[in-house]
Design a protein around this ligand. Sequence first.
Ligand code: NAD
Length: 379
Amino acid sequence: MKWNYTQPVDIRFGAGRVAEIGEVARERGLYRGLLVAGGHSVRSGLAQRVLDHGRGTIEAVFSEFSPNPDVTEVDACAELIRTQDVGFIVALGGGSALDLAKAASVIGAGSRESVGSITDYHGTGKPLPLTHLPLIAVPTTAGTGSEVTCVSVLTNRAAGVKAPIVSNGFYPELAIIDPELTYTVPPYVTACTGMDVLSQAIEGYWSVGHQPICDALAVHAARLVFEFLPKAFTTPDDREARERMCEASVTAGLAFTLPKTTSSHACSFPLTNRYGIAHGEACALTLDYFTRINAADPEGRVNALARSLGYRDADGLADAIADLRRTLGLRENIADLGLGESDIAALVRDSHHPNLDNNPVVITDDNLLALYRGLASGG
Ligand code: NAD
């Protein structure tokens, strides 16, 4: 077996470490910073705290974007970067803030004439330029792991497409992971983001691009989720649970960024796009189904993963995923959407995202039909 491993992001982890932002910016010679901050960060005063911690290195704020950020919002941020001659970016928020900032750090690094618009690259397969502004990622959810990945997930609402872009230019220079920033995450968002962590760990492990270092990271992250997500959900001020979920999130990010995600992520995109189901909830909806299907993996890796996590086999792991989803009060089906056969056919068609090709077992249209018919009928 041949494999490569690389991880270019410096990581600073620990409670209270967001206060180090000004010091690290100065150490690295970063000035004229732009803070890309999500709505929660602005409303709660966290964005102002980060500006203060920046000790004069951060001069502007961009917060005009939505969850599941749109390509038009990336272009607007890139334009601000150009007009304000921004020197580096601090991305503060959940995956939406981080992904928008990653894309804008590339598009805004050159002129509109030379680099173009993010729409030239989103869903087109055209490689992005590697030149980008330095980015410091400060996640406030646990989470997407976006602070250590080369992925930016963007939505083109006008075209009805949500899709990830992968580029080595998206790796942040530094991730500051401060668990204290996640204490305010409400239970539903805790549940969704925590199930995203589990999906990334499990899919990174069973991806056809698997490798031993990422396997070890995936097992560690998945164990942490099963142990600490229910605690973080029911007891939001449990400091240990919050910290261990942040550890799970960054570890899962490292576990999937090279092998890439697979079937559950491929299906999550149309579920979010068409029906507005939150990303982690959409991933969780199909994770147990694919765990059972992927038990047929000729290498026996899914059963091996299940045993590493303390379950008898893949079915035992799938049952545990369904139990956890129930404990967290996340949707177990999509019966309430009242979908007909044409809606189901559209979901099947739109699930044929390239991530599906990373799945260890070939997923046919019949598999997808069975999945969506089952979910739509509440079965
Ligand atoms: P999010 O960033 O969309 O945030 C969800 C909600 O939680 C928002 O309303 C936000 O304001 C709020 N919020 C964030 N932090 C909070 C806090 N500390 N306290 C209270 N409220 C808070 O959600 P997310 O799940 O972190 O990110 C989802 C996005 O990330 C999706 O677009 C998904 O596709 C993408 N994603 C990216 C990667 C990657 O590697 N780039 C991986 C997985 C998912």
